[in-house]
Design a protein around this ligand. Sequence first.
Ligand SMILES: O=C(O)CCC(=O)C(=O)O
Ligand SMILES: [Fe+2]
Length: 484
Amino acid sequence: MATVPQNLEWSLPVPSVRELAIQQPEAVPPRYIRDEVAQPTANVSDPLLRVPLIDMANLVDPQYQMMEIHKLHVACRDWGIFQLINLGEYDESMRTMKKKVQDFFNLSLEEKKLYAQKPGSLEGYGQAFVLSEEQKLEWCDMIFLKTLPTHIRKLEFWPEHPPMYRETLHDYSVAMRKIAVSVMGFIAIGLGLDAKVFSEAFVDGKYDVRMNCYPACPEPERVIGIASHADNSGITLLVDCDDTPGLQVLKDGQWVFVEPIADAIVINTGNIMEIMSNGIYKGPFHRAVVNKWKERFSIVTFCYPSTNSCIGPAKELIKTGCPSLYKTLTVEDYFYRFFNQKFDGVPILHALKCHQTVEIKVKMDCEGCERRVRKSVEGMKGVTQVDIEPKKSKLALIGYVDPDKVLNRVRHRTGKVAVMWPYVPYGAVDHPYALGVYDKKAPPGYVRNALEDPQAAGLARASSTEVKYMTAFSDENPNACNVM
Ligand SMILES: O=C(O)CCC(=O)C(=O)O
Ligand SMILES: [Fe+2]
């Protein structure tokens, strides 16, 4: 067997950070020192920078459900992370599990090592994703176990001590699966889909649990508990074992602490959700920082769809103006690509992007403007072709890109008003003179793309009589009555 990891599915053995911390060193060994940690952390008193709270009791109450689902949608769209509170029936299972996790990490090193990772397996006690002896390490000990479905368990890595650890982890995983299935359903509804479109694949989905121990550290600002990353999951359910903060999420360029709330679960969306929602929700970057005086423990459940399902954008979200941003593939294929991504050199979400044509309307009055617009996108990752037609105020590009990101980049880098190209050839709609469809500013032969504009869409599809009646007095209709 090869002695170095061949992919992300296994990890090299590393020293226990907890053992290191017990010796109370004055300084941290160089292999843990990272200079990128010193990035700005948001001011915690800013109320706009609080991770949203979603109330489970409201989600299941017919009277408040739609309001809470809307909050959930906004939380997933704007943050990709929220705290789920009021979980009542699950409190006991979470409390018991927290105790077991702390008790496990408090065992002697010899006892914990009975469950150490082995070459070729990510499961067990150790650290994840250590691929070389030179790689920087994280200030964290962990034990990682695949818990559901039950037949994939490797019990050799499941601690027998503390007593009842295995039974508690089983009950906990089943509880987390119930919560995940119901949250996936509400997320689907928030996107205007049937709950089952997302929840069904998670009923017999795959659930992995990673239990983390972040020992106190003499130089907390120079190490990282877990480096910045986005999860690979559909959603991730994180439970803090006590009130020591450590999890941070990147929001608008600032690291924001997720303050622990007793009996709450922190839920974040992952890469698979980004694909399923066709890019409407993104897997947020997050990391764990460590504390000078206090040890912290967390329990993280990664929720994946069942191995006999496919991962791809929900077909109901693909329509005119919203092309599929990602390819669809089997769960098996997805995991193969995930675990081999570093070796391919292409991160998984990039590798799964579909080739897009993005057309943008942006005014270019002179050659300087044209150059600025071209420059704003030419170096963008994934862009393969850029075409500009200044007379039509049109920028068209082709590439493996997210159209919204291209639009924001053009706005940001040129300082110009830019919108998605709103026009289609005159003959492409049934009623080119309908209100909101005819546009005197459109290039010759073009009208507004009514199908993308919800207000105009109804009219463009309406019967001709209706259209004639409603547009007779429109300013935008050159045939409209001038008397009004
Ligand atoms: O423990 C934490 O705060 C973060 C854990 C995490 O992000 C992970 O395990 O993926
Ligand atoms: Fe994570």
